[in-house]
Ligand binder design. Structure first.
Ligand code: MG
Length: 250
C-alpha cells in the first residue's frame, strides 16, 4: 500500500533530507587516500548526533554500522571496517539515511578518490545521469515503470548494465515503503504516480555484467565479474508543482 504524504509531512521530509544531504557533502569532502571506511562510519555517527538525528541504517535488519560504504566492485551494503583502507583511484559509494521527527531519508553518492581512470569517471557520470533521468520521469500521471525505463535506457545506451536485485522504494515513516521502483523495464507498469508520493530513486549501474553475489559477511553485495559499480540515490517528493528534491543540496 502506498502511503501518500501531506504538504506538512513533505516539509518534514525535506528537513531530514537536507540534513542528510549536508552530512553527505561533509563526508565526501573528508574522504581521502589512507582513510579507513570505519573512520567514515565514525564521522557519519558524529555528524548525525550533532544535528540530533538517528542514523537510519544502524541496526536496520541487523546492519551493524551507521553508513554503507561500498568500494569498487562492491555494489551496495558495504560494512565499514578498520581493515578497509581507501586507496588512490578507488570508487567509493556512500549510502546514508537519517531519522528525524519520525521521518526517514535515504541518499547515495559515489566518488572517485584521487586520480580516476576515464572508465571510472564515465561510469559515475552515467549513473548520475541515470538518476536524473529517472527523477525527470517521475511526473504525475506517469507510471512507476517509466522511471525504470528511463534509467535502463540511459545505462544501456552507454553499454553499462543495471542491477536488478535491488530497487528503489517509497519512503516516509518507514525506510522501505511501497512502491518498489525497479531500475529496468519491468513486466508490470506499476502504480500511477500521484502527488504526495515520496520516493527513493536509486540506480546501481555496473561497468560489466549485472550478475552479483553476496559476500560472506551476508551483507555486502558485489559484482561477479569484479568490475566496478556506481550508485546514486535521492529522496524526492511528487508535488502538484513538480518533483521536489529532498536530499540534494543546491
Ligand atoms: Mg534506498
Amino acid at each position: 500500500m502506498v502511503v501518500l504524504k501531506s504538504d506538512n509531512e513533505i516539509e518534514k521530509m525535506y528537513r531530514v533530507g537536507q540534513m542528510t544531504g549536508l552530512i553527505m557533502n561533509y563526508l565526501t569532502d573528508q574522504i581521502k587516500e589512507g582513510i579507513t571506511t570505519l573512520e567514515i562510519d565514525r564521522m557519519a555517527r558524529w555528524k548525525s548526533k550533532e544535528v540530533g538525528a538517528v542514523p537510519a541504517f544502524l541496526g536496520y535488519a541487523g546492519f551493524p554500522k551507521a553508513i554503507c560504504v561500498s568500494v569498487n566492485d562492491e555494489i551496495v551494503h558495504g560494512i565499514p571496517s578498520k581493515k578497509r583502507i581507501i586507496k588512490n583511484g578507488d570508487m567509493v559509494s556512500l549510502d546514508f539515511g537519517l531519522i528525524y521527527d519520525g521521518y526517514y531519508s535515504d541518499t547515495a553518492r559515489t566518488l572517485i578518490v584521487g586520480s580516476a581512470d576515464a572508465a571510472a569517471r564515465k561510469l559515475n557520470e552515467v549513473t548520475k545521469e541515470c538518476l536524473d533521468r529517472g527523477i525527470n520521469s517521475a511526473n504525475i500521471d506517469n507510471r512507476i515503470s517509466d522511471i525504470g525505463i528511463a534509467v535502463e535506457n540511459c545505462a544501456t545506451q552507454n553499454r553499462f548494465s543495471v542491477v536488478r536485485e535491488y530497487v528503489g522504494h517509497g519512503i516516509g515513516k518507514e525506510l522501505h515503503e511501497d512502491p518498489q521502483i525497479p531500475n529496468y523495464r519491468s513486466d508490470s507498469a506499476g502504480v500511477r504516480i500521484v502527488a504526495g508520493m515520496v520516493l527513493a530513486i536509486e540506480p546501481m549501474i555496473n561497468e560489466g555484467e549485472s550478475d552479483l553475489y553476496v559476500k560472506r559477511n551476508r551483507w555486502t553485495v558485489a559484482t561477479k565479474d569484479h568490475k566496478r559499480s556506481s550508485h546514486f540515490e535521492d529522496t524526492v517528493a511528487i508535488t502538484e508543482d513538480g518533483v521536489k528534491l529532498l536530499t540534494r543540496i543546491n
